[in-house]
Design a protein around this ligand. Structure first.
Ligand SMILES: Cc1cc2nc3c(=O)[nH]c(=O)nc-3n(C[C@H](O)[C@H](O)[C@H](O)COP(=O)(O)OP(=O)(O)OC[C@H]3O[C@@H](n4cnc5c(N)ncnc54)[C@H](O)[C@@H]3O)c2cc1C
Length: 638
């Protein structure tokens, strides 16, 4: 590794660098490298189940639980460790995420002491494999409309968990088809004929010998596009009885006399508060998407550094792929965005650690900010993974299509990241709704927005527009020369101003459009629906700005002078390739002139040329153990 790679790695590894290093060295290739091509689904499931037990034995999962529950309370370290596993085998990462992150997270965050004492030690050591059973065949994004019921029976002091219709069957549930013993089941809680909305109940689903418990029907989702090592299944409950105390009762409880109570009176607020505590799964998916993208780029950039096609007329040496401008254009802006997203992800994990890490209830405002950021970064990072991994596959030609070279599996495994842990389109609407709430708070008169309902998995309240780089950003923007100034597109203040301006304009005009919803004859849903493309664009512009600001902070924090210079160029490439992609908008809105638009394109080309000599060092800085990459693409021809 060169000095430059090492210095860049220090920046990328961030606050939990030590955890990243532990995973790189401790999780050996024999156990954690992706499976050989041709591994059957059953063999693969078996292999992944063993990997999960190895992870349990490593002691890492204790990080994800508070000290009071027998963990280490290092939430940031836990999410970072899962992210690193995403470089190895995504099935192992997802199965581990389902058990410790989702099932364990539900018990830890929605349960109380009695559940913590009874289950968390067995969750940490892997002896109680669990499922997170939220989605149903009929409802995925709209979780408030779930059909499963949990009805209190006063006579026996039990909850009766039931699937009343085919649409209420739990579907796609990780760990359900083969290994899960208990499920955290989300159901409408009913006492004395009154529904209190969706709550979570622990339901044992299998005996020790693996057979289903009475009243529980377990199905297997079978073959999927990817993640073949994860046993996704279906659960149906026929009046299954569990003790009242199996209700995870932090936000809603049933007393011994059968009365329901909750510290949060409003059922919608209660529901979204409950979901908000589970934000870690979403953050982990964003992290895994980043890991997979970095793996794909490492393969494609390394291959392009030794693969040759066509000699120039009269020349004898064929040209390296990476010396072709269009090939640089394929890979280097994607690499720049990958750097940007990793720095934004590091900030997000840090925020999560600080907000949720403290024992006791998190500060509500900070929690809302965390939820909105997690939603936005998850949506953008997983979209980026899907697009970039496909680009990398194409950049490796036919070799990229061979299973031995990992790219087909990376594509297949990450495809669903845009859907699970919140569909991206739905998540971006939540981000925008948070921005609008914030805007309404600042400018008043958008009350009717409260009436606009749309399929939402999670409430995103006021979004605080604070990032680590806020002061630095203000200084750069204030010092930015005027529009289309002499300094050219490489002026960081100008870049930041353009990102900020786009977000503000989109938000203001969106708010103006939605004001119509308050008219006497207006149908708020129709008004919102008509503006949905604008809503999603606003959210993207917001996330783009957050990500650029995280990058600017990362450059400022880099202590190595040579690395800071290169990192600054990578940051320019991220900023300018984003502006180039959105130049239609900037031109339409008079934000840049046609002449400046051409300068931006020229600058992107110039940055690709400037970074070409560092391309290998830039991917080496990701620090992916070669044994996990181990494909023919890495080997130069003999
Ligand atoms: C491999 C895999 C593993 C999974 N693991 C689990 C698990 O362990 N536990 C669990 O509970 N769930 C799990 N899920 C379910 C997953 O969380 C859901 O698939 C996801 O929430 C989306 O729900 P849906 O499939 O019903 O899609 P839908 O919500 O029906 O969405 C379908 C399409 O409609 C669009 N759409 C929906 N609402 C709107 C709207 N308001 N405005 C505009 N467009 C909209 C979406 O953008 C999407 O394109 C898993 C799914 C898969 C595929």
């Amino acid at each position: 590794m060169t000095d430059l790679s090492a210095a860049l790695r220090r920046v990328l590894d961030g606050r939990w660098a030590a955890v990243r290093e532990e995973i790189r060295t401790e999780f050996g290739p024999e156990q954690f490298a992706p499976p050989p091509p041709g591994t059957s689904m059953e063999e693969y499931r078996d292999r992944v189940a063993k990997q999960v037990q190895l992870i349990a034995d490593s002691g890492h999962p204790a990080r994800g639980f508070p000290v009071s529950m027998g963990g280490n309370g290092d939430l940031g370290g836990s999410v970072t460790a899962f992210e690193m596993l995403g470089h190895a085998d995504l099935s192992a990462m997802v199965k581990a995420g389902v058990h410790w992150g989702l099932f364990g997270g539900a018990v830890a965050n929605l349960g109380t002491e009695r559940h913590h004492a009874a289950y968390i030690p067995r969750i940490i050591d892997g002896s109680l494999p669990g499922c997170f059973a939220m989605t149903e065949t009929g409802h995925g994004s709209d979780v408030q409309s779930l059909g499963t019921t949990a009805t209190y029976d006063r006579a026996t002091d039990e909850l009766v968990v039931h699937t009343p219709s085919a649409g209420a069957r739990k579907d796609y549930i990780g760990n359900a088809a083969r290994d899960g013993r208990m499920a955290a089941v989300f159901a409408q809680l009913v006492t004395d004929g009154t529904s209190h909305g969706v709550h979570c109940v622990l339901v044992p689903i299998r005996r020790e010998d693996g057979s289903p418990l009475p009243g529980v029907t377990i199905g297997d989702c079978g073959a999927k596009e990817g993640l073949a090592g994860v046993d996704n299944g279906r659960l149906t409950f026929d009046h299954v009885r569990v003790p009242r105390t199996n209700l995870l009762n932090r936000y809603g409880d049933i007393a011994e006399d059968g009365t329901y109570s909750s510290p949060i009176e409003n059922p919608t607020r209660r529901f979204f508060t409950m979901l908000g505590t589970l934000v870690r799964g979403r953050i982990s998916v964003a992290g895994a998407a980043g890991a997979a993208t970095r793996t794909a780029l490492t393969l494609a950039v390394t291959y392009a550094g030794h693969r040759r096609q066509f000699a120039p007329p009269g020349g004898s040496d064929e040209v390296l792929l990476l010396d072709y401008r269009v090939h640089q254009r394929k890979l280097l802006p994607a690499l720049a965005k990958t750097y940007a997203l990793q720095l934004a992800q590091n900030e997000l994990v840090s925020l999560m650690h600080d907000v949720q890490g403290a024992e006791g209830d998190a500060d509500e405002h900070a929690q809302r900010e965390l939820e909105a950021r997690a939603a936005g970064i998850k949506a953008v990072a997983t979209d980026h993974a899907t697009v970039t991994i496909q680009t990398c596959r194409e950049a490796c030609g036919g070799a990229g299509y061979m299973a031995v070279n990992r790219l087909p599996m990376l594509k297949a495994d990450t495809d669903v990241f845009t859907t699970f842990e919140g569909d991206n389109t739905v998540l971006l609407q939540l981000v925008a709704k948070g921005l609008l709430t914030d805007y309404a708070g600042a400018f008043g008169d958008l009350d009717t927005l409260g009436m606009v309902r749309f399929g939402a998995r999670q409430f995103a309240g006021a979004v605080i527009e604070r990032t680590a780089a806020r002061l630095l950003v203000r200084r750069l923007v204030d010092a930015a020369p005027g529009r289309d100034s002499e300094k050219g597109p490489l002026d960081r203040g100008w870049q930041l101003e353009l990102f900020e301006d786009r977000e503000e304009h989109l938000l203001e005009t969106l708010a103006m459009r939605l004001r119509k919803a308050s008219g006497p004859d207006a149908d708020p849903f129709a008004v919102f629906n008509d503006a949905q493309d604008h809503v999603v664009q606003t959210a993207r512009a917001h996330v783009d700005r957050l990500v650029l600001e995280a990058f600017v902070a990362g450059v400022a924090a880099c202590e190595d002078i040579a690395a800071r210079k290169v990192l600054g160029q990578v940051c320019d490439l991220y900023a300018l390739s984003t502006i180039e992609a959105e130049r239609g908008w900037y031109l339409e809105h008079g934000r840049i002139t046609p002449a400046r638009s051409k300068q931006v394109t020229a600058a992107v080309n110039g940055l690709c040329a400037a970074l070409r000599p560092h391309a290998q060092e830039l991917v080496d800085a990701f620090g992916i153990p070669e044994s996990w990459l181990g494909t023919e693409l890495l080997e130069p021809p003999a």
